[in-house]
Write a protein that binds this ligand. Structure first.
Ligand SMILES: [Zn+2]
Length: 280
């Protein structure tokens, strides 16, 4: 049982809007990633060098803010076919889809292993199903039934046009109450504005996981001083090649250097990801 990076952006970057792609910078991993996006073999060799066995490929549909369309789902599924034991494709269905529940089913049948929702980029609140929009409810219902985890972006985003109020973790409390068997992952732990809210949800709901990607590991204990206690519901992730995440291997080494119990690290790196993204 090796390490799983629960949040990696292997995406069809050639689909990005120029203003969104500019966030990835003009050199470094944000540019170098395109070679990996085009070659699963190269990416697997990179994971080997980093000491990571499995990677969750976080893809999502956000035509207005990022430029990604439903093609991102096909990309993730196809890419992961190269090595399904190690590459875990996650994709997205928008609540405005004509048949969102059916689409979740179809994608799961095609090999998708989780749903990513990015409210600040997809421009809805996670609990909008309580109002007029039924689409989100159909997505949660299908994901719950098919045992697909739903990974929510929580916290802020600096992409042009992102509406950060929708990234508040507490909006997900309704989802945890109304879909009690749904596996919920709070990507980025609400950073940097709402860590307390993320922590509260993890403490309250056994099916809610805290995923630590894009938080610099050396600052993790500042953000979550009781990380060790939360460890049974924490997942390791890097968010590479997102802003500030240079290298998965460096990120992993910095996490391993934290002054918490070895058993907690083992849960976060190796054990918990196996229950949220089980092997087939
Ligand atoms: Zn991300």
């Amino acid at each position: 049982m090796g390490v799983t990076d629960c949040h990696v952006h292997i995406n069809p970057v050639w689909e990005m809007l120029p203003r969104a792609r500019a966030i990835l910078g003009t050199r470094g991993p944000g540019v170098e990633v395109e070679a990996y996006d085009r070659s699963p073999q190269r990416f697997l060799a990179y994971l080997d060098r980093c000491g990571v066995e499995r990677a969750v490929l976080i893809n999502y549909v956000a035509p207005e803010i990022v430029g990604y369309t439903e093609k991102a789902n096909d990309f993730a599924i196809e890419y992961a076919r190269t090595e399904p034991e190690r590459l875990i494709p996650v994709g997205s269905v928008l609540p405005t889809h004509a048949q969102p529940g059916r689409e979740v089913e179809r994608l799961a049948g095609a090999g998708l292993r989780g749903i990513k929702l990015h409210p600040p980029h997809q421009l809805f609140r996670p609990n909008d199903y309580l109002g007029a929009s039924g689409g989100l409810g159909a997505i949660y219902e299908a994901a719950q039934r098919l045992k697909l985890p739903v990974v929510f972006h929580t916290g802020t985003s600096i992409f042009p046009g992102a509406r950060n109020r929708f990234g508040e973790p507490l909006l997900i409390e309704d989802v945890a109450i109304d879909y009690p068997d749904l596996l919920i992952v709070l990507a980025h732990g609400g950073r940097p504005l709402w860590m307390q809210q993320a922590r509260f949800l993890v403490r309250r709901f056994p099916n809610v996981f805290l995923e630590i990607s894009s938080i610099p590991p050396p600052r993790l204990l500042e953000y979550f001083p009781d990380l060790e206690r939360l460890a049974p519901q924490v997942l390791f992730g890097s968010d590479w090649p997102g802003p500030g995440v240079e290298d998965i291997g460096q990120n992993l080494a910095a996490f391993r250097a934290l002054p918490i119990a070895a058993e907690a690290k083992e849960r976060i790196l190796n054990v918990n990801p196996e229950s949220v993204f089980p092997r087939s």
